[in-house]
Ligand binder design. Structure first.
Ligand SMILES: CC(C)(COP(=O)(O)OP(=O)(O)OC[C@H]1O[C@@H](n2cnc3c(N)ncnc32)[C@H](O)[C@@H]1OP(=O)(O)O)[C@@H](O)C(=O)NCCC(=O)NCCS
Length: 147
């Protein structure tokens, strides 16, 4: 898990994710870039951030949140691996890490929403163990990963 003094690194990696994969996220690069230091510190404390590191450098991120109306779940957001490090199992390891934390916290599922603009990556999430949950809405398809 990321440490509080690492918020500038979080900012750097999150902005790289927004620049690289705008189709994957609700937040835009313009919105992320406009956030000031107080905003980044607040973002840092909003949910839990999990980091994939290679040789000490952050190459991937995921955020988990919990909601009172979904006590069996961790909601996964901002999942991103640097393109130079994709297809090497790093995303799978980050999911496994989050899944271990969720199970230890008594949860039964991870949940994420795949925006339709990111539909072409759905096979990757299926390969990682997520299955579609419910009908798609106008904007997204929910997927769950059972623990
Ligand atoms: C989704 C993402 C995080 C995956 O990270 P990654 O490190 O490349 O993932 P991994 O290498 O651990 O695993 C990817 C798996 O999908 C498979 N895969 C890759 N492309 C695929 C495709 N087009 N169809 C089916 N499977 C595919 C890989 O073979 C691998 O499976 P394997 O481990 O059984 O071989 C990365 O693609 C990413 O950052 N995408 C952009 C951001 C994004 O879409 N985030 C999610 C928002 S909901």
């Amino acid at each position: 898990m990321a440490r509080v003094d690492e918020w500038p690194t979080l900012k750097d990696v999150r902005l790289r994710a927004l620049a690289d994969s705008p189709e994957s996220f609700l937040e835009s690069l313009a919105q992320g870039s406009a956030r000031d230091e107080a905003g980044w510190r607040a973002t840092f404390f909003d949910g839990s951030w999990h980091v994939a590191e290679v040789e000490g450098r952050w190459v991937g991120l995921a955020r988990t949140r919990t909601y009172d109306d979904a006590p069996d779940e961790y909601y996964l957001e901002a999942f991103w691996i640097d393109p130079a490090h994709r297809d090497k199992g790093i995303g799978r390891r980050l999911i496994a890490h989050v899944a271990r934390l969720a199970a230890a916290d008594g949860r039964k599922r991870l949940r994420l929403a795949v925006l339709h603009s990111n539909d072409e990556r759905r096979p990757i999430f299926e390969q990682l163990g997520f299955v579609a949950d419910g009908q798609p809405t106008e904007s997204e398809q929910q997927m769950v990963y059972r623990l």
